[in-house]
Ligand binder design. Sequence first.
Ligand code: ATP
Ligand code: MG
Length: 255
Amino acid sequence: MPQIYAVGNQKGGSGKTTTAVNLAAYAALAGRKVLVVDLDPQANCTTHLGVDRELFELTSYDLLVDDAVSLADVLTPSCIDGLMAVPSDEDLGGAEVEMVGEIGRELRLRQALASADDFDLIIIDCPPSLGLLTVNALTAAEALIVPVECEFFALEGVAVLTRNVEIIQERLNPDLKIAAIVPTKFDRRKNLCRDALDYMREFFGKQVTKTVVRTNVSLAEAPTQGEPIALYSPSSHGGEDYRSLAREIFKVRLK
Ligand SMILES: Nc1ncnc2c1ncn2[C@@H]1O[C@H](COP(=O)(O)OP(=O)(O)OP(=O)(O)O)[C@@H](O)[C@H]1O
Ligand SMILES: [Mg+2]
């Protein structure tokens, strides 16, 4: 059975998609069979993975709302061998409303991923909210990766997220763990950034990864080329940091 990770934080722009895509790419380059599920109607993850829009018709929306659609129907290749995607598009925005009245609506993704035996690792990119899409991700996953921007107010959001994780543990998924809190967009020249990182380590202790993802222009450019940093600029700070993060979280062997 694959290991299933959700990458979530209801705060927008915290680095979820960047983290999901780049961790997935390094895990695939280390030889793992990886699936990325784009569960955000913004579809940034789909774009960043270089998924060709000509190659898919069905998306994570269909997987969630249509019983007749199976995982195999929505798998789409990405720009990296060994890395498949379940793409998304703006239609997914309607899924939360459409699923509201349905019994078992929180379990749709978990059920859809039950047939994912061909993969070693599944990474789900969550939208910036704690709505039904994120609840589906947290119910399907065994572990949550939380990217947190190194700024002061970001920490309150993590406390809110942690409480929501406890609710999901009680009601839907007792196995769910917080695997890692990942400091992102770190700029050591800024006092506030350094202070925020210190607070993060103080409050969340060992849950915070040793690897800190620095602010890096290549990481911001890579999505526009539809390439993970591992292809776009592996020797950049962003490349170094996500390679190190993949080693730390997934214990993969990478040079
Ligand atoms: N370490 C970094 N250095 C520089 N730019 C970054 C870094 N991490 C992310 N970015 C940029 O910041 C923006 C937000 O990042 P990203 O899309 O990964 O966040 P997100 O949490 O997925 O956002 P959303 O909540 O909208 O889904 C993007 O333009 C991305 O390229
Ligand atoms: Mg995103």
